[in-house]
Write a protein that binds this ligand. Structure first.
Ligand SMILES: C[S@@+](CC[C@H](N)C(=O)[O-])C[C@H]1O[C@@H](n2cnc3c(N)ncnc32)[C@H](O)[C@@H]1O
Length: 337
């Protein structure tokens, strides 16, 4: 039944990061942070130029941490929770996070897998490493506090030590298109042993999804097993000119967020696309919910990606009892029967 695949809510994890961020950002003058956030927003909106590093100064890194890190952390955590639900026996001890920035994916992974003991972050920007390391010092998880931060520029060959869990979040789109496939191949070879897991997360935009779809195809060709979000390893049934596979996570806006976007909503929805593959097969979701379920009186309509019928709308009625109650509780991004 789907209810067992609904991730539990753990708001205290987010709170911990939020408090650590507040404390780490306190040393930056508010006006400087606000100015840097505006510059960062403009850069990402105008299209990212990989030849100009975004996180090259302390102010830019602090702006990223305050403005983007809560969102990338929440997106990665949501993706990893879906993986954990499908692979309950997966208890990674080691993690390598590539292009780790200020550490979102290591905070997220430790919130999902307390089994983690040894964490390595590879990052090109010394300022991001400096900020990330200080921030990690305030983390509740020992693996995050004791993480190793290594300066490395990823270029075709990822100088990653093998790890049980390899993550790369919001980075693929910052790499030159010509090296992206080689980087994905190299990440696949960093997955340790026959139980390792690789998770790649990108923004939930058509371009982010296109990169995830290309990575997914390549990883399947390399013989890795799809774990999430897809219910199958066949061709993705979504036509790129019509739609894109993405999910969303809602988070409260930070004080910094509210300062730069004054007068707007107190929450935001971070959209993301992801793919998780493993060296060994795990049971897959029967299908995946691709939209907010549509709820009308006595009926719930689920837009599903399925193994047998591709994309399909399934209507669940009140007469279906337990299945109906599960459909009413189900959310966009959850696994379904
Ligand atoms: C958008 S940030 C994402 C940071 C973090 N993974 C997250 O999810 O919040 C992209 C990060 O990738 C790093 N990066 C981009 N290109 C890189 C490269 N070739 N080698 C290493 N790091 C790189 C940037 O310095 C930046 O920290």
């Amino acid at each position: 039944m789907n209810a067992v695949l609904t991730p539990p809510d753990r708001p205290h994890d987010a709170l911990n990061l939020e408090e650590a961020l507040e404390a780490s950002l306190a040393r930056f003058p508010a006006a400087e942070l606000t100015r840097s956030v505006r510059t960062l927003i403009r850069r990402y909106r105008e299209g990212f130029d990989p030849s100009v590093p975004a996180l090259s100064s302390q102010a830019a890194v602090a702006a990223y941490a305050g403005y983007r890190m809560p969102a990338t952390y929440s997106a990665v955590r949501a993706a990893l929770r879906q993986v954990a639900l499908l692979a309950p026996g997966f208890a990674p001890q080691t993690q390598v996070d590539v292009g780790g920035g200020t550490g979102s994916a290591v905070w997220a992974a430790s919130a999902v897998w307390p089994s983690l003991r040894e964490v390595t972050v590879l990052e090109q920007s010394p300022s991001a490493i400096d900020f990330g390391r200080r921030l990690a010092g305030r983390a509740p998880a020992p693996a995050v506090r004791e993480a190793r931060w290594r300066q490395a520029v990823v270029d075709r060959d990822v100088p990653a030590p093998a790890a049980d869990l390899v993550t790369m979040s919001y980075v693929l789109g910052e790499l030159p298109p010509a090296v992206q496939a080689d980087v994905v191949r190299s990440l696949a070879s960093a997955v340790a042993g026959d139980a390792g897991m690789l998770v790649i997360v990108e923004p939930g935009t058509p371009a982010g999804y296109a990169r995830i779809a290309a990575a997914r195809r390549l990883l399947a060709e390399l013989g890795l097993h799809l774990v999430a979000p897809c219910p199958h390893d066949g061709e993705c049934p979504i036509r790129p000119d019509q739609d894109w596979c993405h999910f969303a996570v809602r988070l409260n806006r930070t004080a910094l967020h509210r300062r730069v976007k004054d007068g707007t909503l107190s929450f935001e929805d971070e959209k993301f696309s992801y793919v998780a593959v493993s060296a060994r097969p795990w049971p897959r979701a029967g299908s995946r919910i691709l939209r907010h379920p549509l709820k009308r009186k006595g009926l719930v309509t689920l837009r599903l990606c399925t193994a047998e019928d591709g994309l399909t709308d399934r209507v669940v009625s009140k007469r279906q009892g337990e299945t109906y109650r599960a459909a009413r509780d189900a959310a966009w991004g959850d696994a379904w029967l």
